[in-house]
Design a protein. Structure first.
Length: 308
């Protein structure tokens, strides 16, 4: 496996040759760690080619460019490679691997380039990226991060309707942040993740519905008349058994749902009550008739005994 390549004094290298080499440097399985290009004639243009190539390279650590004349333009290409500061994201995606640029004893890289090369010598590349971000961005725009948390909030509990809440994600339990000076995990996201720890996902859905829909609209169920009411009552009975709904007034919610049925279908309620009362009256009449028949039989039995 090639780790060191010396092309020192190879003045015949053309721009096309440099581009070919830069393509190799961008290949994922090209594990070159040290490259010596000293005493070549590529100057600022070559610096730009190699800087662009190293933007997609996380292996090369040392670059020798002794005897190569570069102006501020060439060094600017390496500056942008090591710490692109136009945005936090570009700084994060900068090169954190290149540690040394050797260009002779009397010609040192500019101070900014040297300082970031020194940072790159840290073993923890995530920490290197964090250090660069904090150094280059005194104020970080957190708005995109808040939008990101809002997306997670909608994923875990979409509250625009009961149905969407029921269909939300009830399996995601942990979101581990790795954010530099980012906003902490919002309380709503934490509150949605906590119920998801339960293995009973139906109970999780019930918990979210009750916590985020103080008034559940029963009107869509009216088309089933009162056939849906036992299902609704069963829903609240199951909700009462959920340990995470202890702070929700289940009883008042159940009464509210029943009231909506009665208010929404008063004629059906009255008919239902009258039919129930009629059934009770008929049952009472049948019971009385049964008792009357029993008493008449007893009367006939007594009369037969007395006639003897």
């Amino acid at each position: 496996m090639l780790q060191t390549l010396c092309l020192c004094g190879n003045t015949g290298i053309t721009t096309r040759g440099l581009q070919t080499l830069s393509t190799l440097l961008q290949t994922p399985n090209f594990n070159l760690e040290k490259l010596n290009l000293s005493h070549n004639n590529f100057g600022d243009d070559g610096a730009l080619i190699f800087a662009n190539a190293l933007a997609n390279n996380c292996k090369l650590k040392t670059l020798w460019i002794w005897g190569i004349i570069m102006t501020a333009k060439g060094w600017l290409a390496f500056s942008n490679l090591l710490y692109a500061n136009s945005s936090v994201n570009k700084t994060f995606l900068s090169n954190h691997t290149l540690q040394f640029i050797r260009n002779g004893q009397s010609e040192h890289p500019p101070d900014d380039v040297e300082s970031f090369l020194t940072l790159n010598r840290g073993a923890d590349k995530k920490q290197v990226a964090i250090t660069k971000i904090l150094k280059l961005h005194s104020e970080i725009n957190m708005q995109p991060l808040f939008k990101g948390w809002l997306a997670f909030s909608h994923l875990l509990c979409e509250t625009s309707s009961v149905n969407k809440t029921f269909l939300s994600n009830h399996t995601l339990r942990v979101i581990q942040e790795c954010i530099v000076r980012g906003p902490e995990k919002p309380d709503d996201v934490k509150s949605f993740l906590t119920p998801n720890e339960s293995d009973d996902k139906k109970q999780v859905a019930i918990t979210k519905i009750l916590k985020h829909h103080s008034e559940i609209n029963m009107q869509p169920l009216f088309e089933w008349d009162f056939k849906a009411m036992p299902l609704v009552i069963g829903f609240f009975q199951r909700a009462a058994a959920c340990p995470q709904t202890d702070q929700v007034d289940i009883k008042s919610r159940k009464l509210s749902a029943i009231y909506q049925f009665i208010r929404g279908m008063p004629s059906l309620y009255i008919d239902s009550r009258l039919n129930q009362e009629l059934s009770e009256v008929r049952a009472t009449v049948m019971e009385l008739e049964r008792k009357l028949q029993a008493m008449k039989q007893r009367e006939r039995s007594i009369m037969r005994t007395l006639s003897k």
